[in-house]
Design a protein around this ligand. Structure first.
Ligand SMILES: Nc1nc2c(ncn2[C@@H]2O[C@H](COP(=O)(O)OP(=O)(O)OP(=O)(O)O)[C@@H](O)[C@H]2O)c(=O)[nH]1
Ligand SMILES: [Mg+2]
Length: 461
């Protein structure tokens, strides 16, 4: 890991507060990797999953590897009916407990969302620490977060997760959880004290995030004000967003065969073949069952996605499960209030080099007609992608002609800052501008200039 969280932070807003003390790690970091067992419950009664159990099991293993655990067992457990007390059946708990004892397992990761009661009962029954999928994802995010805002957001999500779990009586495990108030003995009073401390810390974090965000927004303004269209890469984790971003911009964002390699947003200016310049942004990847808290926490970081003029949905079509992954991405976009109704979306079918028939093979896949087949690694299909981007932007940006009176210097300034000025002709009554407006500036433009538009769309408006 290249980006380690800073131990000390001496900026005014954090002075006197020690960052590293927050309860933002569930798993102790030791020199020797934790001996871990993975448990993938295969729930028979659940029909909502489109992905195959094998794909899901492989993904869960990748998640565990993303934080360098020593995986000594990987069990598929059929579940006919979810047990309120232990999630899996009693006999299965016993069988697992025996395996855990034999292999000296310290940590059990369950690919499900466990209730606090299930978690506690499983810990008792298995004799090892138990974490669910949400906790594992939080753990990865906690390790990856590099920017101040990222660190704060992840800690906040962590605390909210813990708060919902403060119903248990703390057992021997509290030693392992370390730091911050979980040290005292179990019992009602301790839980109350923990709860109060959590509440206070959450409030503190929220205030601090708010502050960081305001600073960031001020810094962001100049960039947002550039009249270039904003193009955002989104997609399932490991789909190849960063590789494509690097390929298109010549940047050096970390791209790795690692889930959640990217947590923070990068932006770069790119010139398209016909000279049009756009701002391209690379963001955090999505995953099935992304904790809602985290989606909410990363809303601000995902602002590029929310305000984008165009979205490139990157799909790893070499993954047999890419249909299900695409549906998960759409669910998260939904949560962010983004859909093809609000923003044009181009599907980028990536990694065609791994398919036997390359781009042709991809085009034969069901649903591929709406997408562009590319390989971020070999560069195949990238000229076509650039063309599609140009087309989509041309279709969605609008040209207008309007007259701005000479005395309205501020109006002319606004046009120069927020639109692309294609032509400018000085006349007697004022300056005639021919401009192009990107969708995200359109309402501001119409509000300000609707009475002066002489040609273009919505003249009547
Ligand atoms: N063969 C092949 N591999 C690719 C292609 N694009 C990306 N990869 C590989 O896929 C892995 C993941 O790529 P990234 O660019 O890090 O993926 P990402 O979508 O940014 O992933 P996160 O940041 O984790 O969400 C890396 O090992 C890349 O080398 C491609 O077109 N072909
Ligand atoms: Mg990435």
């Amino acid at each position: 890991m290249t980006t380690k969280r800073k131990k000390e932070d001496k900026s005014p807003e954090t002075e006197g507060v020690e960052f590293a003390r927050g309860p933002n790690a569930f798993i102790e970091r030791r020199r020797k990797a934790t001996r871990t067992a993975l448990v993938c419950p295969e729930v028979k009664s659940r029909q909502d999953r489109t992905s195959s159990i094998e794909a899901r099991q492989a993904e869960f293993a990748s998640l565990a590897h993303a934080i360098h655990l020593d995986v000594v067992a990987d069990e598929l457990v059929p579940v006919r009916e979810i047990k309120p007390a232990t999630y899996i059946g009693g006999g299965q708990v016993e069988a697992l407990a025996q395996m855990i004892e034999e292999r000296d397992v310290e940590l059990v990761l369950v690919d499900a969302s466990l209730t606090p009661i299930q978690q506690r009962n499983l810990e008792r029954g298995l004799g090892a620490k138990v974490l669910d999928r949400t906790a594992l994802i939080l753990e990865i995010f906690g390790e990856r977060a590099a920017t101040r805002e990222g660190v704060l957001q992840v800690e906040l999500a962590h605390l909210n997760y813990q708060r919902s779990r403060l119903v248990r009586s703390w057992t021997h495990l509290e030693r392992q959880r370390g730091g911050f108030g979980f040290i005292g003995g179990p019992g009602e009073t301790q839980i109350e004290a923990d709860r109060r401390q959590l509440r206070e810390r959450i409030a503190l974090l929220e205030r601090r995030i708010d502050k960081v965000r305001r600073t960031r927004e001020q810094q962001r303004k100049p960039r947002n004000a550039v009249p270039y269209p904003l193009v955002a890469l989104v997609g399932y984790t490991n789909a190849g967003k960063s590789t494509l971003f690097n390929r298109m911009t010549g940047a050096q964002v970390m791209a790795k065969d690692l889930l959640f390699a990217t947590l923070d947003t990068s932006v770069r200016k790119v010139e398209l073949p016909h000279g049009k310049e756009v701002i391209l942004s690379d963001t955090v990847g999505f995953i099935a069952d992304l904790p809602t808290d985290l989606v909410a926490a990363f809303r601000a970081t995902l602002e590029e996605v929310v305000t984008a003029d165009l979205i490139l949905h990157v799909r790893d079509v070499s993954n047999p499960d890419h249909e299900a992954q695409a549906s998960e991405v759409k669910l998260v976009l939904d949560e962010l209030g983004v859909s093809s109704e609000t923003t044009p979306i181009i599907e980028v079918w990536n990694k065609v080099d791994l398919l036997a028939d390359g781009v042709d093979g991809v085009m034969a896949m069901p649903g591929a007609r709406s997408g562009v087949g590319v390989s971020a690694v070999t560069g195949a299909g990238l000229p076509e992608l650039a063309h599609e981007i140009e087309m989509a932007l041309a279709e969605n940006s609008r040209e207008y002609e309007l007259i701005v009176p000479h005395e309205d210097g501020e109006g002319a300034g606004w046009l120069h800052r927020n639109t692309e000025v294609l032509q400018r002709v000085e006349g007697e009554s004022g300056t005639t501008f021919r401009i192009r407006v990107e969708p995200r500036f359109k309402s501001g433009f119409l509000e300000r200039f609707s009475g002066r538009i002489v040609a273009g769309e919505n003249i009547a408006a």
